[in-house]
Design a protein around this ligand. Structure first.
Ligand code: PEP
Ligand code: MN
Length: 261
């Protein structure tokens, strides 16, 4: 019962990401301004990554927290995509936004809070765009795989899973990064799975080591939060890498690269 990951993780008319390339995504938690996003986009491009993340519509725990630049954020993401020849990953939190996202975003992210929003999964199955489906923070691996089937059985064959940590009693980290889900998913499903070391740890000082660990565990890629000035970030500053820390992390990834299967 060992499924083989598809050789191509995701493809676009002008870009094919194969398993050996890994799906490498980085960018700020939220798009805050054109300057902020462009500064990060430049670093992401320099790192050789093809994917820039950035939240425009933010699902915040508190209604008083920054909710994102919304439509303006998507436009800034699109501008950065064109300026730096990068693909854009951004989270959709409302099915009424599908056509907006179809016009601006290259990979639609479904966040941890919406993994079990089955109505949303059904509607997004037909959106014609690749989907990054994050594990719900209280979801079992089996539940993640079944959520993915709402998309695949609805006709979307470009689904990428994302391990982003689960809730446990441990509070030294924001969530507990369940890295064993990576080889488990590999046994059970042909779908690719990447790891988010930022939301799972909530701590920038742990992001590099967990990035490397994820790749060693067999992850098909990673998604890392980066901010030019994490102390001033409007969301998730504690877990965001500075530009320098991101460059260090990329250097370590490059050192590890030749040893990855
Ligand atoms: C995010 O990636 O911006 C995010 C909100 O992640 P999660 O859904 O995993 O909390
Ligand atoms: Mn975030």
């Amino acid at each position: 019962m060992s499924a083989i990951t598809r050789p191509v993780i995701v493809h676009f008319p002008d870009l094919e990401v194969r398993r050996e390339d890994r799906l490498m995504i980085a960018g700020p938690c939220s798009v805050e301004s054109r300057d902020q996003l462009f500064t990060v986009a430049e670093a992401v491009k320099e790192a050789g990554f093809h994917f820039l993340r950035g939240g425009a519509f933010k699902p915040r725990t508190s209604p008083y927290s920054f909710q994102g630049l919304q439509e303006e954020g998507l436009l800034i993401l699109r501008e950065a995509a064109e300026a730096f020849d990068l693909k854009i990953v951004s989270e959709i939190i409302d099915v009424n936004h599908v056509s907006l996202f179809q016009d601006t975003v290259d990979i639609l992210q479904i966040g941890t809070r919406n993994m079990s929003n089955f109505q949303m999964l059904k509607q997004l199955a037909g959106c014609g765009k690749p989907i990054l489906l994050k594990r719900g923070y209280s979801a079992r691996v089996e539940e993640l795989l079944l959520a993915a089937e709402y998309l695949t059985s609805g006709g979307n064959d470009q689904v990428i899973l994302c391990e982003r940590g689960i809730r446990t009693f441990e509070n030294a980290t924001r969530a507990t990064l369940d890295l064993s889900s990576v080889p488990i998913v590999k046994k059970l499903s042909p779908l690719p799975i990447i790891v988010d070391p930022s939301h799972s740890t909530g701590r920038s000082d742990l992001v590099q080591s967990m990035t490397l660990a994820a790749l060693v565990a067999g992850a098909d890629g990673v998604m890392i939060e980066v901010h030019p000035n994490p102390q001033k970030a409007l969301s998730d500053g504690l877990q965001s890498l500075t530009l320098d820390a991101f460059r260090d992390c990329v250097q370590e990834i490059r050192r590890l690269w030749p040893y990855l299967k």
